[in-house]
Design a protein around this ligand. Sequence first.
Ligand SMILES: NC(=O)c1ccc[n+]([C@@H]2O[C@H](COP(=O)([O-])OP(=O)(O)OC[C@H]3O[C@@H](n4cnc5c(N)ncnc54)[C@H](OP(=O)(O)O)[C@@H]3O)[C@@H](O)[C@H]2O)c1
Length: 289
Amino acid sequence: MEYRTLNTGAKMPMIGFGVFRVPDKAECEQSVYDAIEAGYRLIDTAAAYTNEDAVGQAVRRAIADGICTREELFITSKLWVQDMVNYETAAKAIDASLEKSGLDYLDLYLLHQAMGDYFAAWRAMEDAYKAGKLKAIGVSNFYPNILTNFCETVAIKPAVNQVELHPYYTQEAALETMDYYNVVPEAWAPLGGGRYNPFEDEMLLGIAAAHHKTVGQILLRWNVQRNVVVIPKSTHKERIIENFDIFDFSLTDDEMKQIASLDMGYTGSRAKHFDPDFVRMCLNNKIHP
Ligand SMILES: NC(=O)c1ccc[n+]([C@@H]2O[C@H](COP(=O)([O-])OP(=O)(O)OC[C@H]3O[C@@H](n4cnc5c(N)ncnc54)[C@H](OP(=O)(O)O)[C@@H]3O)[C@@H](O)[C@H]2O)c1
């Protein structure tokens, strides 16, 4: 396993397992268990995915079965915008994430979006970090201008920024800003999130064949090789195993450039953060009464 070192000194695995859109508890628990068995140590959930409990269940099962220890795991969850109203709502939601997952601490907790009163929410996260409930705190979907203002303002700097990153939306400028503030980039939708049809792209198929790998493995390796943590999601065991197997080969500089040439800029993004309708949709998405 390769790691990135966070501004806390903790080591974050370069590959993790995502569980967005796996609402079925049994399916989520089994796929997280399969992932841990396959070697993944980072699991990425969120309060908004409504499966923190299933993730916790899988973690406990894996530990009980002797696959790994809690210390070897790196469990991430995220604060949803509904709870980013003020300090108190955020503090309550952090405790709810811990309670639902049944874990004593989370290795990383993220502001899911730069929405609501995210500065007040961050102060609650800073206090939970100081109390040892959260081992690292970070942000998600913070575009460079927002991240810059945030890093220049808050007391404890974010350790991670989880954003959409794949060859169709490379976000080079965003990576530069993260690098400047020592914020580790983490790619959501690293396989394209079910869009763009990369698995039939001739150029990607050619590179995959040259390395005796699959297109999925090429997409993940491309991000890892530019120092970006990836968190692919799959509910198929064979794909879970396949996606993890990306550390025994390297892409050439030319291949890295060819893959990056797929970039479509903001047109290639799945989540439309600059669209007022998208912001309103997030603010209206209630995950609890
Ligand atoms: N912070 C945020 O705002 C945010 C937003 C979105 C996602 N995320 C996180 O990022 C994680 C990953 O993003 P994502 O789930 O949207 O997209 P993704 O991981 O890029 O793609 C998942 C899709 O690819 C398929 N797939 C997986 N492995 C494959 C393979 N080897 N070959 C072909 N198809 C494959 C999956 O299908 P099967 O499951 O059927 O295999 C699923 O349809 C999420 O689970 C979540 O943890 C965060």
